[in-house]
Write a protein that binds this ligand. Structure first.
Ligand code: GLN
Length: 251
């Protein structure tokens, strides 16, 4: 069921998320701990996006398992960034295994990932999809639920919605159209991370004033990881993190 992670803070090597910690994203690709909702490994592609002194983040995606990319450890040791989003994918049944279906999805300064599945795909969400400009539908990265969720999120961001509001609106819209969906969304613009817990695990660890890490599963057993309750929204910067209940959340 895919695993994702995002970081904001002083520059670190990408390897500090992908390889170095005991429960790194690499380890989560073949030995995840909490695959509620199905799947056993995350071997259907991966991706990492990171910000440098460029207008847009750099993105590297592949359609094969993270552990089998022989060049990645050296790249991840050399590339450093203060804003990173990475994901490993377990393709939902019936969805293609292609590079373009792997997160992060990207546009302008935004990086996005989805952990979960849209129930009843694709018929259940033809309504929400119809709210998008035709051009956005014709240029989806891939014929997958995650790519549609990104298009819906991006449409909200383009209206100027803050990151957290954009995610909450998409969860509300898609959960209403497709009840039973699992919608853990993760989004950053390099300054803020917004993430939803909706059907899958999510945790964060903050060093206030310095850094924040948000992950499907904690990257290590060190103290400080805080689980995000299901059906809630986390909005975090290195300065502060807030959790709010998502609309329609079970009490
Ligand atoms: N449904 C999405 C896909 O197939 C995400 C899968 C997941 O979270 N495992 O790409």
């Amino acid at each position: 069921m895919c695993r994702h992670v995002a970081y904001l803070g002083p520059p670190i090597p990408l390897a500090d998320l992908l390889f170095t910690p005991p429960h790194s994203l690499n380890r989560q690709s073949w030995a995840p701990r909490d695959m509620r909702g199905g799947g056993t490994i995350n071997a259907d592609g991966f991706g990492v996006g990171w910000f440098e002194e460029l207008p847009e983040p750099i993105r590297y995606r592949r359609s094969f398992p993270l552990w089998s990319d022989a060049g990645l450890p050296a790249l991840a040791a050399a590339a450093r960034s203060g804003a990173i989003l990475a994901a490993v994918r377990s393709a939902t049944e019936g969805m293609p295994v292609t590079e373009t279906a792997a997160a992060p999805f990207a546009d302008a300064r935004w990086l996005f990932s989805h952990n979960g599945r849209v129930a009843g795909w694709p018929d259940s969400v033809t309504g929400p999809a119809a709210t998008l400009p035709t051009r956005d539908l014709l240029t989806l990265d891939a014929p997958t639920d995650s790519a549609l969720l990104w298009a819906l999120t991006r449409a909200g961001l383009r209206t100027g919605a803050p990151l957290g509001k954009a995610l909450a609106a998409v969860v509300a819209q898609v959960a209403a159209a497709a009840p039973g969906s699992r919608l853990n969304l993760l989004l950053t613009d390099g300054e803020t991370i917004a993430a939803t817990a909706y059907g899958h695990s999510l945790s964060y660890r903050a060093t206030p004033g310095e850094s924040v890490l948000v992950a499907s599963e904690p990257l290590d057993d060190a103290p400080g990881w805080i689980p995000v309750p299901d059906r809630s929204l986390l909005v975090a910067t290195p300065q502060a993190a807030t959790i709010t209940a998502l609309e329609g959340a079970a009490s």
